[in-house]
Ligand binder design. Sequence first.
Ligand SMILES: Cc1ncc(COP(=O)(O)O)c(C=O)c1O
Length: 500
Amino acid sequence: MPYSAQDPPSRGSALPDFVLRQFDRGHPDFDHRQLYAILQRGIRESVLAAGSRLPPSRMLAQALGIARNTVVHVYEQLALEGYVQARVGRGTFVADMGPRLSPVAAPDAARQPAPPRKNLSRRGQTLVADAGAARLQWGAFTPGVPEVRLFPSRVWSRLQNQLWRAPTPQHLSYATGGGDADLRASLADYLQGTRGVVCTPEQIVITSGTQQSLHLVAQLLADPGDTVWLEDPGYWGARSVFRALGLKPVGVPVDGEGMAPSSRDFRHPPRMMFVSPSHQYPTGAVMSHGRRRQLLDFAAVHGGWVIEDDYDSEFRYGARPLPALQGLDRHGRVIYLGTFSKTLYPALRLAYLVLPRDLAEPFARALGELYREGQSPQQAVLARFMAEGHYTSHIRRMRGIYGARHDALIHAIRHHFGGQLPVVGGDAGLHLVLGLPAELDDRVVVEHIARTKVVARPLSLYHMRQPAPAKGLLLGYGAVREEDIPANFARLAHAVQQFL
Ligand SMILES: Cc1ncc(COP(=O)(O)O)c(C=O)c1O
């Protein structure tokens, strides 16, 4: 039954239409997530005016053909976050959020949930609606981006020129076999020496980025409908790939020792467990030895896979980098993922998988079959870059630079906030998390910060559980010079202070 006007729901708002138009019963998202997103967007964009009444839950449930409990749950969630107010005996009303929620130019529209697009497949709709990649990928305090201005481009162009003076047919034709042999040999040495990864060059497959590595893993090791455990909060890039390929992501909370499955979780063994044990993304937790053993044993007993994302552990300030989980694996259950995006530059699009022996050949074959191997000349240049020692000296140099930026950011945080806001995960990588009070909407805070031409990402975007149990700002220090940190942070702090 369509929503009827027996009980006009709201003063001056087009609520039933607005919701009915956007709600898609075929959408693979859970009903409550979809309805929550529609209503939240409506309130934030003032399509639903402050003071207007939401339709009674029973009526809205009927109009949408969903369970009433779902609507009740969504209303409760919105009330908890201050978007609406429940008035006993009168109904649920859109709250007056004051200037905080006035519509502002979103800093990165790509992160706003996109409306469902009817001409796309269901999978396509989910992919686009959940797209996490932000448009703005540079400047203070964009997380996850290294200092590309200091990339040793003169050395690189010298090596590149050498190659292009006499490229071989192998460099310029279709490649097969999992990547440049010299690059795989250099990588095997590097990974054993610095990350404790146990492997031969034959176990390495070179890809065009972690996203492609994940695609291969999901397609070769899981079938649609299989479950995959994801850290919650965690890397949305992995979630996007797994969901697009029909896997069922299950969020597992993270604590100070990394992914923390409950005994209930352990009763339902997943096909894969995606973890970032050396530097949990985004909280920075380091997985304890006990948890590493627990996951490895669990995978061995149930025939599951541990997918280890080791994306930025070269940059650890103070303590030595921790060895990879892969080095502890005695049963061939770990797929290790690495990337050159953080150590060199993201546009290079080169990454790698380290696979159990029997999987390397099928993975190389599937890579050729699905995508064709790419960037052979770049791979050859990188092999030379590593063999001549430029890679390790670049990492050493950048570790010092990022360490100084990290200290400058911590100093700025203390200067403006003292101990008022906690800093999480600040001793490694290229970003840290500045905690915010749980009752704040960190997305609104981030929109406000964007007006000051500073980038931050809301922690809640990395959570699968909604409302997110913790709020905060991801702040990267790779793309901002040390001397520019105080002024940029002062602008950010001023914006944040208005919410405290
Ligand atoms: C957790 C995590 N893993 C891996 C990557 C690297 O992805 P790629 O190799 O596709 O650049 C990123 C990039 O931001 C990341 O945040």
